[in-house]
Write a protein that binds this ligand. Sequence first.
Ligand code: SF4
Length: 740
Amino acid sequence: MAAETLTHYRTCPLCEATCGLEIAHRDGEVIRIRGDRADVFSHGFICPKGSTLGKLDRDPDRVRRPLVRRDGQHEEASWDDAFALIEERLAPIIAEHGANSVAVYLGNPNVHSMSGVLYVKPFLKMLRSRSIFTAATVDQMPKHVSSGHMFGHPDLIPVPDIDRTDYLLMLGANPYESNGSLATAPDWPGRMEAIRDRGGKVVVVDPRLTRTAKAADEHVAIRPGGDAAFLFSLANVIFDEGLADLGGLTDHVEGVDELAMAVSGFTPETVSPACAIAADAIRRIARELAGAERAVVYGRIGTHTAEFGTLASWMVDALNAITGNLDSPGGAMFPLPAHEQSRSRRPFQTGRWATRVRKLGETRGELPVSALAEEILEPGEGRIRALVTIAGNPALSTPDSGRLEDALASLDFMVSLDVYLNETTRHADVVLPGSTPLRRPHYDFAFYGLAVRNVANYSPALFEPEDDSPDEWEVLLRLGATVSGQGHDADVRALDEAVFAMLVASGVGEPTSPIHGRDPEQIYAATDGDAGPERMLDYLIRTGPYGDGFGRDPEGLTLQRLREAPHGIDLGPLQPRLPDALCTPSGKADLAPAPLRADVDRLRSSLDATVNGGFLLIGRRHVRSNNSWMHNVDILMTGKDRCTLQINSEDAERLGVSTGGQVKVSSSAGTLVTSVEVTDDIMSGVVSLPHGWGHDTEEARLSVASSRAGVNSNLLSTGAMDPLSGNAVLNGIPVDVVPA
Ligand code: SF4
């Protein structure tokens, strides 16, 4: 008898939008995936990537068994043999050179998995290395640093309340392609259209006329890297013309006078050459922003991956505050996710330790990834000798890739946890297979904390793990035991008990927790599940703001309630949360933190810098791409070549190149040859190349990706960074372009 076709609902974990999926499956195979119309948040929206989860799961190139490199070749091995080798090779390195000689690189997919969010921390604790690098210093650390200084916690990030705003000023973001970032909202296009339908206005500031900009009321072309100067000037106009109005925030903020001082001198006329926006336009936008009843400024990757990324990020939130739009419906608001736990008030600090070579300070417990290559390559005491990568492909996705390739090849030992043998993991001595999204449960810890509406949705695993594969949380704990001297065959369940016991102890000891003072044994007994991330999820949901408090509110949320709601639970629109949400020692939001003000003179001086005659390189996103790692899914790789250098038609004519022709692009870091795409959708003097390409490495096992390899844009990015956050400068890299 033919097997029955069944329907499964789950949240797509591929990007930040958290769309609900409806998956038809039969006999362990996905038949069809479409958007879940009943999903409380996405209402049926889906992008091309979401429907390919089945293909990703079935990809024959995917790593399914541990791989061990012998004589330059990766061969399958048992889990026990792989872990035994990790122990044999890493233990002497740690014993001789210390834990800091083992670095960890965490890729972006870690925040899209429950195991990544809940079990990477215990692994890092067991490793005890300060050499931690993540994708956050590639694209978003400025937001964490400005939030840390302004609101007291690096993860306390206000998001644009796009469902209720009348005026959206968006910089450096292209949600029609990216589906949104640091602002979780399935169906950005529909939500943007709704702003216009209700009589509002959308203004997009970007060097390119992106799909998002085309859908807006107004596109303002800006010189790459000019965002901070533009934003400072908007604030300057608002103060200068007496338009500042804190709304209901007056008692909850400090630093208004210092903010006015910081932006003084940044008049529209002064900044206009730096951002290439006419002074009149800057003044008009400032007045529109201040005059709209409900307005919000939202800045994303283009504002963050710049020389003044943290100053730009600060000014986004400062503008929202001085126009009365911070913590106000239709403005920038703080989500309240179902798993949120209370946060303590203490000063936010950066620079508690630093890199060895350039003395670059840590931010949020991690070091700038732009410094990873030199920390491996530069000889001397304290050199990084081994690397653990978890769900990351820094060889393509981090700056100065040419140097990093050399660095990866020079390591004494490397271990990777990943779904592919890719451009990075090909260097690994041991590759441990990661799981695919359909074979693990999901609840979006990271992105419900950034969502434009409070929602909660839990998805159980659709399929069992393959063969004898352990779950990722078990792999991470076993890795932790291996690097901490507990042995690769340590009892993973006992380690998990210890991790969970610490979590419960923190709740029992926390005066504001609903389980304060309770007997931990009672809590263990009442928690849903006996191990792993689902048990932790039940605990966090029940002790969270909507939870049942383990009996305190019988109507409250539990994991079981989430299980019974496969389309999610709507917890309502965002609500004002100040001052309670603030974690600053003063209990107020600081609109002009001293560490940020200290960097303003650098911005002032940059306004006088002369522009050379070359081009400025920027990146770009495509809806069918997810950084580097969805390029092996055939259906997403069809159509015309996407890895092209976009160039303005006047510039192309001057250079004598046309669409399809080849050009040589050079920066101070490297050179590459790529094909040209002539368009008037980009400013003159600016060229654009997407990132995440360059799949031409023979040792990688990416048969689809390698057939349309493209070029690696990070061969051109340098080690330059925003000094406040350590974030890479990728927006506005000076390059020369000549016909090849
Ligand atoms: S927008 Fe993001 S979350 Fe939604 S289907 Fe596409 S990849 Fe998945």
